[in-house]
Design a protein around this ligand. Structure first.
Ligand code: FES
Length: 185
């Protein structure tokens, strides 16, 4: 049986479907809604999205597994995605990943014992002119150096900012106070 999400989530997907000529075009926001409610894309989430937008679960899975912004397994409260593609790689992205491994003492795909952090390397996030860069939850942080990255992680640990996009509420978290606007999207 297909799961039921919160009333607000169920209402939101019905609203979003009306924006498109065909309901199946709402597959991506529907995946965001499911992820927001469930934490990651589970088999139940795939079934829920398929039932809402009227396509086969396999096609929902194709979308979910193609895009790295859909988490296929549980992640920490803050999930860091470090771009490893050419521009960022040439500008030192590998050093950022090594720093995460050293600082957090976990491997890519693992979660710290306190549940705060997880990380992975991903392909191009479309911010190639400002590499190396990473996405933490739904916010971009660009032009990073290891020092700047380390300070950023420290600030997040201390301030616990909201870096999440809410498709249900149509909001983006406030991000880090005073962080340069050009470096947070
Ligand atoms: S190569 Fe890193 S954002 Fe494109």
């Amino acid at each position: 049986m297909t799961i039921k999400l919160s009333d607000k989530a169920e209402k939101r997907i019905e609203e979003l479907k009306k924006r498109y000529p065909s309901a199946k075009s709402a597959v991506m926001p529907a995946l965001y809604i499911a992820q927001e409610e469930l934490g990651h894309i589970t088999d139940e989430a795939i079934e829920w999205v398929a039932s809402k937008v009227g396509i086969a679960p396999v096609h929902v899975r194709e979308v979910a597994t193609f895009y790295t912004m859909y988490y296929k397994k549980p992640v920490g409260k803050y999930h860091v995605q470090v771009c490893r593609t050419l521009s960022c790689a040439l500008c030192g992205a590998r050093k950022l990943t090594e720093h995460l491994k050293h600082r957090l003492k976990i491997n890519p795909g693992e979660i710290t014992a306190d549940g705060l952090w997880s990380y992975e390397e991903v392909e191009c996030l479309g911010s190639c002119g400002t590499g190396p860069m990473c996405e933490i939850n739904d916010c971009y942080f660009e032009n990073l150096t290891v020092e700047k990255f380390d300070q950023l992680l420290t600030r997040i640990e201390k301030e616990r900012p909201d870096l999440r996009l809410s498709t249900i509420n149509d909001t983006l978290g406030a991000g880090l106070k005073d962080y340069p606007k050009s470096e947070i999207i």
